[in-house]
Design a binder for this molecule. Sequence first.
Ligand code: ADP
Ligand code: MG
Length: 747
Amino acid sequence: MLKKLHRSSYHLQRVLELRTPIQFVKGVGPRIAEWLGQKNISTVEDLLYYLPFRYENRLNPRGIGELRPGEMATVIAEVRNSAVFRTKKGMPIFELVAGQGRSTLKCIWFHGEYLRDRFKPGQLVALYGKVEEGWKGRGLQIQQPQFELLDGSAEGEDQPDLENTKEFESLEVGRIVPIYESAASGKLTSRWFRRTVYGALQNLAAEIPDGLPPVLCRRLDLLDRRTAFQHVHFAPEEESFQALENTATPAHRRLIFEELFFLEVGLELKRRKLRARPGIAFALTESVRQAVKKILPFHPTAAQKRVLREIAEDMQHPSPMRRLLQGDVGSGKTIVALQAAVIAMENGYQVAFMAPTEILATQHYLSARHALEEAGYRVVLLTGSLEEDRKRNTRRHIAHGDVHLVIGTHALIQEKVGFQNLGLVIVDEQHRFGVMQRFKLMKKGEAEPDTLVMTATPIPRTLALTLYGDLDTSVLDELPPGRTPITTRTVSDQRAAEVWDFVRKQVKAGRQAYVVYPVIEGAPAEQQEMEFGGEPAGSRSKTGLKAALHMFEELRSRIFPDLHVGLLHGRLDPEKKDETMRQFKAGEIDVLVSTTVIEVGVDVPNATVMVIEHAERFGLSQLHQLRGRIGRGAAKSYCVLMTGGKISQEGERRLKEMVRTQNGFEIAELDLQLRGPGEFFGTKQAGMPGFRVANIFRDRSLLELAKAEAVKLVHETDPQITMDDRHRVMSHLRQHWQRRYGLVEVG
Ligand code: ADP
Ligand code: MG
């Protein structure tokens, strides 16, 4: 079929290159070009990447007479008549009768009034759907079929004329038909795209730039690029329909691989380039080793030892370290980071430790002082709430080099501090910082300090490859000993009284509790506390939620008048926050009422109860982080997920998963699946590379393959890949990264 088409149609048309602006494509005038621009389609290549979102098998259109109830079928028939009826209850039903000779087929659409004027008698229509027995034995019918008018009744303006009806018909019928999302509020229909893409493919130059080395394509059995474009739109007859539906045809595979490959090559080049920069080679002498051991307040876990070894190796290497330390909540990342700090400080360098919130910075400061000051290191805290004088003074000390370790919030340290000789940067809980942002922030400098990024949001491997492909990864996959698993329950807030009784019992037994609310008062807490990393959990009404301020009063005066109840939220002034945290740590507060400010990092091992009200409102990762605040000591811990009001199906699912598992990696995977990568990482700030074809969930195995091939290419460890091949990849890569990610400098 395809071959015949190629022969039968010859347009006197300019040859199109991939870069050719879209208005040179047949059927695209200035106005349509503008509409397409809104879909980010401005070149022929962009158009070719506008992929069908599904396909319809119209290879074998059926005769109406041979249809059987229960089957899915495509029928090409003539419009006979159509009308709108109303049921007794007033529901409008649109009915279409289509025929082939004497046979007729009825199609109905519920609430189908909008179709009233769409069909004109005599038009040819393709119908696709499930064949059913009609009412009261009145022949066969299809309910809500997919349909397409096959006659050239133009729906958009600027529609190209059909010079060749045969060709047109054969795009619609007797083949696997690509279905596109319509654009420009429906003015550019699926059929319009089908014809336009078809025309573009016909006039596309015989040779188009293909960045993949042919030898790689042969070895991995990848189609050439031109054929891939052709087949992804107009599948060959023999294509497996299943594969088409799963986006897993050879054509898809080729385009997906290419997209992932160029991302991974770019990341690998970044990584290599970074490694080639001058860095610091820290010495790990016996006395340094001793100093590192000395600060340990407990026996490290095997995982902690292994990870420290990995970090120490990087630090000894003269190139700058870029390491991601992943560890579930409570896995003990802090002490490992402090040990790394000791290596740097013993070598005479300064260390910056950045935390996402003041509470956390303060907490790190307290534990760092505890661990380090006795050994003679000078540790300072630098947060926004310090008095100007004090900040200025602290900065002066840092600049003079009389301070060894500076702990503060990201913004403060990044923007305002001039170190004398910064050797190591530790970035805590920075999971909202994607790869593209990191590249943009990289400064040109002399000796780069080493960087250790710590994240408590476990990142599924596929995402880690994409987002942190430029970093080496260490994983703390073992919890310190003596932890008992946390018991998690969901309870309706109708039974709140029982929950409060339970909290009281725990407090009487010497423990402490958190009670978390989604909002401070009326409005969503997330908006008020962005800096603390609230992740919106779906739609959120502004009313009807129990709020921290109100419940604090309630709990303090009515429910726990006999206990010490504290309050913590993002709008308190910083001294008040610090003081409250200190009191809670010291056991002077029994029940801490809070918002998501405590989501990350807060460490009070004696707290064994976490009550989360409106738990249905929180995202999975957020719930996991919150639950991670307990179960940090040896005593048994309890997480109570209280629900109030309506719960969506997805909310229901999240709660179930929380009860079922405590594995952070599993929860992260699920969260990612439920919300998608954008939401998972906090949408725009995430710096997620945008994909046109690939989907890192669906295409995990191709991602792994692309990664492996990218590494081989960059490090020249593949004897089959020649210099020419590499040049080809590099020149393609530069354009690709510039266009896709807006970065000029790669590799
Ligand atoms: P996270 O990885 O969530 O940042 P932390 O570093 O805050 O975890 O550690 C959690 C708790 O476990 C802290 O109270 C810490 O002192 C304790 N801890 C860490 N490592 C060990 C260990 N090897 N043995 C006993 N307790 C440990
Ligand atoms: Mg931590």
